[in-house]
Design a protein around this ligand. Structure first.
Ligand code: NDP
Length: 286
């Protein structure tokens, strides 16, 4: 049986660290506030937004909630972001995605002051990450690096295959693994011989959005498997992109769903908000 990479425990460690750091900042007379903007009342988004508010309260970050109606125009949203950019007491701005179809997400993300872009999605932060400069790192891929580091899994020189090339997971994940000196391959829906490719991986990271797609025929014996996918199955139970039961005896370590990558995203968001306040972003994002 593989080692289970415990995202619940590791994310709690990070939240405790941020809580301590926030307490230190408070003693220096500094405060932190995160603006969380939700447009429309998508139930899944509401769950994510509420979780973010709860964790903010836990670590000592004030959350400024903006719950806007579905029919909010792009101009109105851009005006709010402009206002928050100029508010000194607001350190981070998060726009919950997806936005309703009539609003251009790219335009909205690029309207956020890059120094307040705690999601790490602004093109300036993405570009900085790409050329190895200091940047806010996208929370899910940065959380995966933390899972690997804190589980003692070596990345340097390892063959890493990432399935998925989205802007929020696959692409930044590849850049972060490169930064850790892994040899990186990115696979996507047009990749040929996906099985053979995945079977080469010492570290296989799956972010494809296809429930239980990856079975043991994709996994090399002893590989580390990181499952980013989150789905509800027919019994309303959560599952990932990896068929956990099928691969768990073959790999050396694996993240479960739930309790693997999922909890890391909010923890890393809190870390980014702290960095926005203290301007203490480290060069290697650890
Ligand atoms: P996207 O749908 O944006 O991207 C999916 C990627 O997988 C695409 O690059 C797509 O290729 C690729 N893909 C799809 N089908 C195949 C296939 N058959 N073979 C190879 N590649 C394939 O998803 P996200 O990156 O946003 O999310 C991925 C999963 O991770 C989802 O389940 C999502 O819910 C979850 N997620 C979890 C988070 C967490 O906090 N744990 C955070 C973010 C996402 P192509 O580009 O060619 O279409």
């Amino acid at each position: 049986m593989a080692k289970i990479i415990d995202g619940k425990t590791i994310s709690m460690e990070i939240k405790e660290e941020v809580k301590e750091q926030m307490e230190k900042l408070r003693q220096e007379g500094k405060k932190a506030a995160l603006a969380v903007i939700q447009v429309g009342a998508d139930p899944a988004s509401s769950v994510y937004v509420n979780n973010k508010k709860k964790v903010c309260a836990y670590v000592g970050i004030e959350s400024l909630a903006y719950e806007l109606p579905e029919e909010t125009t792009e101009e109105e949203l851009l005006a709010l972001i402009g206002k928050l950019n100029g508010m000194e007491e607001c350190n981070g701005i998060l726009v919950q995605l997806p936005l309703p179809g009539h609003i251009n997400e790219d335009k909205v993300i690029d309207a956020i002051d890059p120094r307040k872009d705690v999601d790490g999605f602004h093109t300036k932060n993405v570009g900085a990450l790409c050329v190895g400069q200091r940047a806010f790192l996208p929370c899910t891929p940065a959380g995966i690096i933390q899972l690997l580091v804190r589980s003692g899994i070596e990345m340097e020189g390892k063959e890493c295959v990432i399935v998925g090339r989205s802007n929020i997971v696959g692409k930044p994940m590849a850049l972060l693994m490169l930064r850790e000196n892994a040899t990186v391959t990115i696979a996507h829906s047009r990749t040929k011989n996906l099985k053979e490719l995945c079977k080469r991986a010492d570290i296989l990271i799956v972010a494809m959005g296809k429930p239980k797609f990856i079975g043991r025929e994709y996994v090399k014996e002893g590989a580390v498997v990181i499952d980013v996918g989150i789905h509800r199955n027919e019994n309303n139970k959560l599952c990932g992109d990896v068929d956990f039961e099928d691969v768990k005896d073959l790999c050396s370590a694996i993240t479960p769903v739930p309790g693997g990558v999922g909890p890391m995203t909010i923890a890393m968001l809190m870390k980014n908000v702290h960095e926005a306040v203290s301007s203490a972003a480290t060069e290697n994002g650890r």
